[in-house]
Design a protein around this ligand. Structure first.
Ligand SMILES: [Zn+2]
Ligand SMILES: [Zn+2]
Length: 195
């Protein structure tokens, strides 16, 4: 049923890494904008859109024109219906511009509890699946998002962290500093708090 041509070792993470390599130094900002756990995630069509490269309007993915499902999967350059496998590699904007599906155009409606990664930890550790990143994500979902001040903090954090993460991602010394003085201590605290 699933429309996957990739082999079993072709994980979303390895696809993403290849994509970063191929896309060069500007890839990071696009990934920061992406706010998604990884390729291959199931996404909600009405909550997801493709942003026009010309006029910046976001066209929602919506529902599958073939089967009506709202569950989709995001690939490197397609969005594919998770139920029937119908896919789109481009979305036409109201302005007439036909936009490709990729990290530059993909947008997900910002939602604090959407399961997106921690931008700063991801930038500092160089991976969205590093153990510390996973602990911080867990801490956010299981502790912070269960309280009103915690939720407010996460909202604030997600609004200020993308440019900070982008800066960190570009500098090896900033990565080291944020890893050592920020991410590791906070992850240690989070691990202690949750056990
Ligand atoms: Zn447009
Ligand atoms: Zn479908």
């Amino acid at each position: 049923m699933k429309n996957e041509s990739a082999g079993p070792s072709d994980t979303p993470e390895s696809q993403l890494e290849r994509w970063i390599e191929a896309s060069g130094p500007h890839a990071f900002q696009a990934i920061v904008d992406l706010n998604v756990r990884g390729l291959g995630d199931t996404l909600d069509g009405p909550e997801t859109g493709i942003q026009c490269l010309r006029c910046a309007k976001v066209t929602p993915v919506g529902i599958c024109s073939n089967c009506g499902s709202t569950a989709f999967r995001f690939g490197l350059n397609t969005i594919v219906c998770a139920r029937c496998g119908t896919g789109s590699a481009s979305y036409k904007c109201e302005c007439g511009c036909v936009n490709p599906v990729n990290f530059q155009t993909y947008r997900r409606k910002a939602k604090a509890s959407s399961g997106g990664g921690c931008f700063i930890a991801t930038a500092a550790l160089g991976s969205a699946s590093a153990p510390d990143t996973l602990i911080l994500r867990d801490f956010r979902d299981r502790v912070l998002l269960r309280s009103t001040p915690g939720e407010a903090f996460i909202r604030l954090y997600y609004s200020v962290s993308p440019p900070v993460a982008s800066l960190i991602g570009r500098s090896a010394s900033l990565r080291w500093i944020s890893r050592t003085l920020l991410v590791r201590p906070v992850a240690l605290f989070a691990r202690y708090w949750m056990t």
